[in-house]
Design a binder for this molecule. Structure first.
Ligand code: NAD
Ligand code: LMR
Length: 330
């Protein structure tokens, strides 16, 4: 049996960086055959068809089929995994509310099509921004699909945070573990190192040997660097991150499906953990166990960290309320 994977926005930049790695087995491993469904809007179909031709030329042995469509009902038919990448980018003069409205028009119908046509074990990774709220919209529109089958990407933020710590501590990135991203995939996110370790030792102790004032460094250097990295990439590259985002989407989905022993970060539905209002799609420390994200509970959160988490969650509440006003959420 093969896994059917639908990628939306497949003709775009992240789509192009994702498809070949999925076909090569980077997401589901060397033994799992895959069928790809490339879902685009009509303007993006040619680019997706071009990617499909190249997928054919790659002669990927795990790739059973590639289909391109601009019909969501066809695109999600029987899919086991969906990576929702296609989204409406912020245009000139567009306010946050306009962006949410435009994306509600995409992720609402896609959630409904997933509910109508996807396989009963479907799991949905949302990449397109604003990712947390787009996941909330899709989930709210997917009648009968449990909310825990939707999650949004904050793995890129986590990877950025681990890389920054590794550079500062002059250590391999693999040694840095248990960095948590809380809240929204936006500049309000809270990259939290209070439980992070380097070679099993608290990162905070290791940092104390490297920087003059750890708290100053966290607030003045580390957190803004990580939280604004997306904007930095846009400024330097001229467009938003692509390969690193695709890599994070693959790692996120891989862990979700195949399990993770160490904890990672993902935006998942809250049941009230850590005071985050129920129903919000907020980033938490998570483990993937038996194909489900489990929030790591019981971590100590001091007042400073709590205020940071609350600030990002406040932004998620604002986004949820704006979408609710559009009549998209029940
Ligand atoms: P892109 O503009 O290159 O590609 C987007 C593609 O989506 C286009 O081909 C477009 O035709 C398609 N599309 C638009 N509406 C669609 C719909 N309704 N159905 C199917 N396809 C649709 O953009 P990109 O660089 O690939 O980025 C995609 C999204 O990912 C953006 O929203 C970006 O902000 C976001 N992003 C998220 C993260 C993250 O960590 N969560 C990181 C980087 C980028
Ligand atoms: C990123 O984190 O690189 C992107 O989400 C930034 C953006 O606004 O597209």
């Amino acid at each position: 049996m093969a896994t059917t994977i639908t990628v939306t926005g497949a003709g775009g930049q992240i789509g192009y960086a994702l498809l070949f790695r999925i076909a090569a087995g980077d997401m589901l491993g060397p033994d799992e055959k895959v069928r790809l469904r490339l879902l685009e809007i009509p303007q993006g179909v040619k680019a997706a068809e071009g990617a499909a031709l190249e997928l054919e030329d790659g002669a990927f042995e795990l790739l059973e089929s590639v289909d391109v469509t601009d019909d969501a009902e066809v695109g999600f038919d029987g899919c086991n995994l969906a990576l929702l990448v296609g989204a409406r980018p912020r245009g000139p003069g567009m306010e946050r509310g306009d962006l949410l409205a435009a994306n509600a028009g995409i992720f609402g119908p896609q959630g409904a099509a997933i509910a109508a046509r996807a396989a009963s074990d479907v799991r949905v990774t949302v990449v397109g921004n604003p990712a947390n709220t787009n996941a909330l919209i899709a989930s709210a529109s997917a009648d009968g699909v449990p909310a825990d089958r939707f999650s949004a990407l904050t793995r890129l933020d986590e990877n950025r945070a681990r890389a920054q710590l590794a550079a500062t501590l002059e250590t391999p990135v693999a040694a840095v573990r248990r960095v948590t991203i809380w809240g929204n995939h936006s500049a309000t996110q809270f990259p939290d190192v209070s439980h992070a370790t380097v070679y099993g030792r608290p990162v905070l102790d290791a940092l104390a040997e490297r920087v003059e004032d750890v708290q100053d460094w966290l607030e003045g250097t580390f957190i803004p660097r990580v939280a604004k990295r997306g904007a930095e990439i846009i400024e330097v590259r001229g467009s938003s991150s692509v390969a690193s985002a695709a890599n994070a989407a693959i790692e996120h989905t891989r862990d979700w499906v195949r399990g993770s022993t160490e904890w990672t970060s993902a935006a998942v539905v809250s049941h009230g953990e850590y005071g985050v209002p129920q129903g919000l799609m907020s980033s938490f420390p998570v483990r993937a166990v038996d194909g489900r994200w489990e929030i790591v509970e019981g971590l100590a959160v001091d007042d400073w960290a709590r205020a940071r988490i609350e600030a990002s969650v406040a932004e998620l509440i604002e986004e949820r309320d704006a979408v609710r006003e559009l009549g998209v959420l029940r």
